[in-house]
Each structure stands twice: as structure tokens, then as C-alpha cells.
Design a protein around this ligand. Sequence first.
Ligand code: R5P
Length: 317
Amino acid sequence: MSAKNGSIKLVAGNSNPALAAGIAAELGLPLTKAVVRRFADMEIFVEIQENVRGSDVFIIQSTSYPANDLLMELLIITDALRRASARRITAVVPYFGYARQDRKSGSRTPISAKLVANLITHAGVDRVMTLDLHAGQIQGFFDIPTDNLYAAPLMVRDIKDRFDLSNVMVVSPDVGGVARARGLAKRINTPLAIVDKRRERPGESEVMNVIGDVSGHTCILIDDIVDSGGTLVNAADALLKYGAKEVYAYITHGVLSGGAATRITSSRLKELVITDSIMPTEAVRNAPNIRALPIAPLIAEAIGRTAAEESVSSLFD
Ligand code: R5P
């Protein structure tokens, strides 16, 4: 593989060692020797144990749980590489934590996604590569090149292999996710429905309405993040109430905090398909109805193209 910005180096933080190893294997490159460890008071210490002078370095680090520690690791690895004279540093952040805080949600609240973008930029990163950003506009929080990759082609392949598309309906679990779900429905040429959550009056419980006739259909919920699992489980219940035959979900980032894996297992969802952008916990790995699609081939391809100064967007044409 050719690199135009010095030899390619891959540096992994501690967020997802299996994903980093998978990307390295796809590229046929070793991971750069580095230690990322803690002092007794939990300060992070980083040592890059190979020469990276003049190299095109890709740091692989999702800022997933524990978000603050993993973000700080990313910043400190960047600082170490900058001081070691790397020619170019790309932060590969498959799951970009804090992305849900992308606007002022009320008076006197922060826009934390912008703050995180500032921190990453000021640490010395030259480019950012991420996957299914919660909102595409977050790219504008960075004043450096940002490539937002999409898991959709991977999901489309899996869906086409498994389902009779003539009976499938793609569903957005909330109004905010309609553009994402519509994009996938278009790729597989199926109709689209929307779950609309409403609280008619303060103090009353939320009512789930379904826009679109889902009766008799195999419904596939599409979203970027599953965290507590509440959105998905409620949406699945609403779809079944309105006559859906069965409900599946394809969600890029399996945040799956706390008891989410158990909630999904005991729900009426037939299967939740995620990617391995976030390292699955043991509970997630053992959940009988959660499956992860490997994202390493896509990220490796994007890294290779970036290093060779080739088009990344054409991966999704
Ligand atoms: C929200 O805007 C996101 O796209 C997800 O729908 C949300 O983060 C899911 O959260 P939970 O699984 O906790 O309901």
C-alpha cells in the first residue's frame, strides 16, 4: 500500500484492542509499539516505543465508556506523537462520544461535542475519521478535515442476505432519525415508517404513534446509537401493537450501558445488530439476540485510501 505522507503507523489506545488488531490485520501492518498506562492516581502516561518521525500516524480510539478516560488517552497519545515529530496525525474515532450534546438543549447548558472537537484539534490532530456521527453537522465543529464513514453498506449487505425484502419495512424509532432511516430504506428499496413519541400533556405518559402501515411487515429499526435500549424496546412494542409481524434493529454504535443487554434480551426484538465500533461487554457478547458486524474492513480501507490520498467518499457511492 502506498502512503504519500511518510510510512503508515497505527497506534491503538485502550478503547477497543480487538478492533485495532482487526484494522491492522486488514492493512497487513503491525500496531506501533506503545504503552498507555496509569499512574497510581490514575493519571494517564503514554510512551510511543518506536520511531514515528515523518510518519503518517492513525490513532485508533473510540471515546466510549469510560468516555472521559478514553478521550484523555486520545489527547495524550496525540501529544506524544506530535512531540515525536509525526508528519501527520489522524484520529480514527469510530464512536465519537459526547456527540449527542451537539446543541444547547436548554438555557445555560454546554455544547460539549464542540468542546471535545476543540480539545482534539488543539492536542495536535491533523484529521479526524469517524463513523456514523450522531449529526453530520458535527463535522463543522472541526476546522480540520473530517471523514464521516457510514456503516450503511455493511448493514445493507447483511439485510439483503437475511430478509425477503418484499415484506420489509424500515422504521425510524424517532422523528430525529428519519433522514438516516430513509437513506437506508432507499438503498434497499423498501417503504419507511416512523415511530412518533408524544407526551400530550405534562405529567401524562408518552404515547407511541406509528406513522405508516406496518401491519404484517418485518420491521427493521435503524438508528445510530443504542444506549439504555429504551428507545428501541418501546419502538418494538409500538410496532408489534400496530400489527408488525416481527421487529429487528440495526444500530451502528452499541453503547449498551448498564442493564441494556438484559433489557434487549428480555424484549420482543428478534435481534439487535450493531457494529463493533465499541468493544462489546461480556453481557453484550453473551446476549443471544445481539450480533456485531465487524467494522475493521471498512475502516482499514478508509485508512489506506487516506494514506494514499485517494477518495474516501467513493467508498459509499
Ligand atoms: C438519540 O438521538 C439517538 O439517536 C438514540 O435514539 C438514543 O441515544 C438511544 O438511547 P437509548 O437507547 O438510551 O434510548
